[in-house]
Structures are given as C-alpha cells and as structure tokens.
Design a binder for this molecule. Structure first.
Ligand code: NAP
Ligand code: FE
Length: 369
C-alpha cells in the first residue's frame, strides 16, 4: 500500500492573511525580490499588502513586474539579474501560476548558473532561495507544488523545472485578490484545478493520501462548477471554495505529477495560444473517455465527490463549460501527438497511451479537420 505524502508549505488562508501573518516573512532575510506580472498583482491589492508588511518588518525589497503569461526562460533570466543585483535572500511571487513559477526559477538561478538544458536536469548543487507564494488566480496550485513550468522556445514546448526545495516555504491565500478576475479567467483556471485533481486521482503515482486530498479538492470545486455561468458574477463564497479547491489540487499533483492531459495541453498553449486551463479543459472529456474503462472505481469516486450522478453528467459538465470550437489540422495533431507521447507526465497515465490514443483524444476533443 502506498500512503506517502510530502507537502512542506505552510499555508495561510483567509481574508487579510498577508497582513495578519506578514511577520512570518522576517525569518527569510533582510532583502527580498518581489516578482509579479504586469498589472494584476497591483490592481488586486496583493502587492500593496506585501509592501506594507515588508516595510513594517524592516525587510528591504525591489519589485520585478515584467513576468508574462507562460513565462519563458529568457523572461526569468531577466528577473534573475535584478535578484543578483540586490543580493536577494528570498523571492516573493505574487500572481497567477506564471509569476509564482517564475519566482521559483529565479530562486534556483540566483544561486547557481545553468544553461537552458541543464536548468531542467541539474545537477542542482545549491539550495534555491526560499520562495513565498501569493496566488491571485485559483487554478495552478503552484503555491504548494515543487514545480516551475517554463516556456522553452528553443524546443518549442513548456518544460517542468522540479526540485523538492522549490515548494514555497509559505503560501498566503486571500480569496479577495481573485474578486476582479474576469469570468473567463476564473473558469479557465478552475478547469486547471479540476484537471489537476482528476489527473492526480487517476495517476499511476497516486497514493491513498494523495487521493484523499484530490477528492477533497473535487468536493470544493464541484459545487462551484455546477453553479458558475457567464451571466452571473462569481460571488465571494464561490471564490473562497475555488481557491481552497485549487490549493488542494496543487497539493495532490505535488505528490503524483500530472498526466497526458497536461502534456497534450502544453502544445495547445505553445502553438495555438490557448490559456493553460482552457487547454486542459478542452482535453479533459476525451481523456476521461479513454481512461474510464480501466479506472471505473476511481472515476465513480470522482463523479460523486463533484456531487454528480454519473459519468455522463461529468462529461456534460465539462463539455458545457468547454464547448469544442478549435480546429486542428492533421499536421497539428501529428506534431502535437509526437511531442506529447514523449513527455514525462504521459508516463503517469493509466493505461499508458500509445500515439494512436493521443491522436484520438486530440481528434475527439478538438475536431480535427
Ligand atoms: P497567469 O498566466 O499567471 O495569468 C493569466 C492572466 O490573468 C494574466 O494576464 C494576469 O495578469 C491575469 N491575472 C492574474 N491574477 C489576476 C487577478 N487577481 N485579477 C485580474 N487579472 C489577474 O495564469 P494562471 O492560469 O494562473 O497560470 C498559468 C501558468 O501556470 C502556466 O504557465 C502554467 O503552465 C503554470 N502552471 C503551473 C503549475 C505548477 O504546479 N507550478 C501547475 C499548473 C499550471 P498579469 O500578467 O497582470 O499578472
Ligand atoms: Fe496545470
């Protein structure tokens, strides 16, 4: 029996949790680099809260606000220059998965130089700087994972930088920061979280402990997805549940990794510009149809955790929120399938897909011409 579990991040959750727990940051040093995207960290109030507590606790800091969605290795290297210039002792990532992942890569590159290839393989001889994560979307769970997903333009793909010390030391989750998210980003990121818990529960690496966490995540996400529609604003209570569900889903994939869905989704993001969550959401029902026959018991647990009656209802929930409208050419599908079949996370999928299975999931999910 496998019941292993490792998740060292100290999670603080709730309104004003940054202001209430800011003193916790003091122990990581006297100088911090804050990493954010262009606008939202400041617009949602998170940056002001962090600046406030750093000043109160006499921590000096600079802000790098140039992280773009799906950050590239070059984008991260640009931030590393600033981290080294100020001798940052720790890094604070505020934003969606993009700035949080960038903060982890900066933490790694600030202590040791790597070329683009060895960044993803090591050897990692020095401990990365401590990372503090403050999510402003509810989807990636990056605040509780040891992964940093970067765009590798040379290899035309997204790659995973993994190190156990990249688990953020502290994660501060205030659902108020997500109030101004558009419906579209809220839905797409919620589907990233859904995909994480579903993939994790069905992963070859799942343990009793990781499944328990994934199921708890689905219990939080299910009522939100059942209730959400584009005509109604997403209320605070729903945003709280989405943030909690997303964090739990992150803690689940921190144990098991993702599966073929993420491997396939990276191609849709890299080549077709689809948001990460939407890419996963569009592939999810095709993937479930593929794995369900060999995983009937776990799929039925997923269905009931979400508060649904049966497998068909799960497929409808997914397909109603993520209607298929993207056309892929045969050439696209061939290229993407060749990349996805070799991705590491594909090996976590049960049953292990052959290239024909991957082609079929793309075909069913995205209407190949
Ligand atoms: P994101 O790329 O971080 O952000 C998407 C957009 O949302 C940006 O334009 C951002 O604006 C905006 N935004 C963020 N917070 C907002 C707020 N509170 N109000 C209004 N707008 C806001 O999106 P994401 O889906 O959270 O992250 C996706 C990335 O995470 C991908 O690179 C994916 O591969 C990665 N990921 C990582 C893990 C992991 O375990 N590490 C897991 C899954 C996915 P600004 O640019 O102004 O901030
Ligand atoms: Fe994801």
């Amino acid at each position: 029996m496998n019941c292993s579990f490792f998740m060292p991040t100290h999670v603080f959750f709730g309104e004003n949790c940054v202001l209430k727990n800011g003193h916790e940051l003091r122990r990581f040093g006297k100088t911090a680099l804050i990493i954010t995207g262009n606008r939202s960290a400041s617009a949602c109030g998170a940056l002001d809260d962090v600046v406030d507590v750093l000043k109160t606790n006499s921590v000096s800091f600079e802000i790098y606000n140039g992280i773009r969605p799906n950050p590239s290795i070059e984008n991260v290297r640009d931030a590393v220059v600033q981290a080294k210039k100020i001798n940052a002792e720790f890094v604070i990532g505020i934003g969606g998965g993009s700035p949080m992942d960038a903060a982890k890569a900066v933490a790694m590159l600030a202590v040791q130089d790597f070329d683009d290839e060895s960044l993803f393989s090591g050897p990692y001889q020095k401990e990365p700087l401590p990372v503090i994560a403050i999510p402003t979307t509810s989807g990636t769970g990056s605040e509780v994972t040891p992964y940093s997903i970067l765009t590798d333009n040379r290899n035309k793909t997204k790659k995973n930088l993994y190190h156990p010390s990249l688990f953020p030391r502290i994660a501060l989750l205030d659902p108020r920061y997500t109030m101004a998210l558009s419906y579209e980003v809220t839905l797409n990121t919620a589907f990233d979280a859904l995909s994480h818990s579903v993939e994790s529960a069905l992963s070859r690496k799942a343990s009793s402990a990781s499944v328990a966490v994934a199921i708890e995540s689905l219990k939080a996400l299910g009522p939100c997805l059942l209730k959400m529609n584009a005509d109604d604003p997403v209320d605070f209570e729903t945003r709280e549940k989405l943030m909690c569900g997303s964090m739990l889903a992150g803690a689940a994939i921190a144990q098991t990794g993702t599966t073929v869905v993420h491997a396939m989704g990276y191609c849709l993001t890299y080549f077709k510009g689809l948001d990460h969550g939407k890419a996963n959401g569009l592939l999810l029902s095709g993937y479930l149809r593929y794995v369900q026959p060999e995983n009937q018991y776990m799929v039925s647990r997923i269905v009931s955790a979400l508060g649904l009656e049966d497998f068909e209802e799960l497929l409808s929930l997914i397909e109603n929120h993520m209607p298929v409208r993207h056309l892929l050419s045969r050439e696209d599908v061939e290229l993407f399938s060749n990349k996805a079949v070799h991705a590491k996370s594909t090996g976590n999928t049960r049953p292990t897909p052959e290239i024909e299975d991957i082609i079929e999931i793309y075909r069913k999910s995205l209407c190949m011409e």
